[in-house]
Ligand binder design. Structure first.
Ligand SMILES: Cc1cc2nc3c(=O)[nH]c(=O)nc-3n(C[C@H](O)[C@H](O)[C@H](O)COP(=O)(O)O)c2cc1C
Length: 442
């Protein structure tokens, strides 16, 4: 069995699964129950000057009957007194010495940082996470993403924290920025010991068209909030990978954003994360999901012959290159399995209206050049039976793979490699050889 335990900048954790700073980490009682359920660590709900929250404060996107595919909140940091939180942190760490207790912080002045860091360190917590990411409410008060969006300010404030702390300091980044490398590198330069990302993405999930108020409705008004949940995973994955492959980023990364399954977690780790954090999936389904996360990751590592999480870390980073280094010789072509096709023609319409009109129905023409992979079966089935047959004209197909994404039948449309042994050639190779002029290509 693979070893799931990790050492993240000196923070020891029995597995890489941490609860993100959010409602599931609001109290010691919750965090201790989460540890009992199997979570390796938890980032305490952000401490600072206690706030007053609104009612309501969540919005959500449903897609095709699946609830909370995207989730939005206008919640602020903790609304509980600092002394109560500190007492509970001490208790949680005392009772769970082998689990990672990380405390998220957001305060204003250098003195405030020094004081609260001292108070948290006195509890025995393992590490600090600086919340420079909250995109609503706190940023209007000069904190949260107001710091995370200004690399120089981030560097100064993170520097204060690093200077005051004797335990590891993680900087949590906001995705509400043009280039994630700027705040990420600023955090490294400030001496941070780790990065966490992403916090939520500025958003409005929708509008109540009867009341003419955006969601979430607070009386007669609303405001922009922070987006998270499965919908944000691609954005988070990119940002984690962009940092992980940058040689200036020499500190470990805790990946956050839309993680619900072991596979999501494995993807973040393969793109450079050393631990992962989860919020929305736990708000949706509870602490118990960690059993599947641990089992799934453990079996996956075993199946790949990897003995530890560290062996998986960054495994897919080498394959993440700039567009100009992709192989332009590589070619795939769509193939429709006639035994699975239900004749809905979604692929045909999409290919005709949004691509190159390479998908057809009915008997396959025998004209030269129309050599569909399914031709023989298609002809046989279409001939006597009048069965609806969809086939791909391989000579016209550009291998964009739109059809394979929208086909409702799993495994019906697959992409076949038709490169035919052509040697690798990238755009940058062509520029180097002078076959193409440098400039815009997309
Ligand atoms: C209701 C709610 C409250 C949150 N509060 C905090 C917070 O206090 N501090 C913080 O750093 N992040 C906070 N977050 C952001 C999460 O920690 C996490 O970065 C984000 O939700 C993305 O992860 P997910 O897609 O797994 O939810 C909050 C998120 C939600 C949904």
């Amino acid at each position: 069995m693979a070893d799931l335990s990790i050492d993240f900048a000196g923070i020891k954790s029995p597995n890489p699964f941490w609860l993100a700073s959010a409602p599931p980490t609001n109290t010691g009682e919750q965090i201790m129950r989460a540890f009992d359920a199997g979570w390796g660590g938890a980032v305490w709900k952000t401490l600072g000057e206690p706030v007053v929250d609104t009612s309501s404060r969540f919005g959500a996107i449903e897609v095709g009957g699946q609830r909370m595919v995207g989730f939005n909140n206008i919640e602020l940091i903790t609304d509980r007194p600092l002394e109560v939180n500190l007492r509970e942190i001490r208790e949680a760490k005392r009772r769970y010495p082998r689990h990672a207790v990380i405390v998220s912080l957001m305060v204003e002045t250098q003195d405030d940082w020094r004081t609260i860091i001292q108070q948290v360190e006195d509890t025995g917590a393992d590490a600090l996470e600086l919340n420079f990411g909250c995109p609503h409410g706190m940023c209007e008060r000069g904190m949260g993403s107001a710091v995370g969006q200004e690399p120089e300010v981030l560097k100064t404030v993170a520097g204060w924290a690093v200077e005051s702390a004797s335990i590891p300091v993680l900087v949590k980044l906001t995705p509400n920025i043009g280039d994630i490398l700027e705040p990420g590198v600023a955090a490294v330069e400030a001496g941070a010991h780790g990065l966490s990302l992403i916090n939520t993405i500025k958003s409005i999930t929708g509008v109540d068209l009867d009341r003419m108020v955006p969601y979430p409705v607070v009386g007669e008004r609303s405001t922009n909030g922070g987006y998270c949940g499965p919908a944000v995973k691609p954005i988070a994955l990119h940002m984690v990978a962009a940092l992980a492959r940058d040689p200036r980023v020499t500190i470990p990364i805790s990946g956050i954003g839309g993680i619900s399954t072991w596979r999501d977690a494995a993807e973040f780790i393969a793109l450079g994360a050393s631990s992962v954090q989860v919020c929305t999936a736990v708000m949706h389904r509870g602490f118990r999901i960690v059993e599947d996360l641990c089992d799934g990751l453990s079996h996956f590592l075993d199946s790949k012959g990897m003995r530890s999480v560290a062996e998986l870390r960054g495994k897919a980073l080498g394959a993440y290159v700039e567009w100009g280094d992709l192989d332009l010789s590589y070619k795939v072509s769509a193939h429709v399995d006639p035994a699975k096709c239900i004749g809905c023609e979604l692929c045909l319409v999409a290919c005709r209206d949004a691509s190159v009109d390479a998908i057809h129905t009915g008997p396959v023409p025998l004209a030269a050049g129309h050599v569909a992979a399914t031709r023989d079966q298609a002809i046989a089935r279409a001939a006597g039976s009048g069965v609806h047959v969809t086939w791909v004209d391989e000579t016209a197909c550009t291998g964009c793979n739109l059809c394979s994404h929208l086909c409702p039948v799993p495994g019906c449309i697959t992409m076949k490699d038709v490169t035919g042994g052509k040697p690798f050639e990238s755009w940058n190779d062509r520029i180097a050889k002078g076959t193409h002029k440098a400039g815009h290509h997309g």
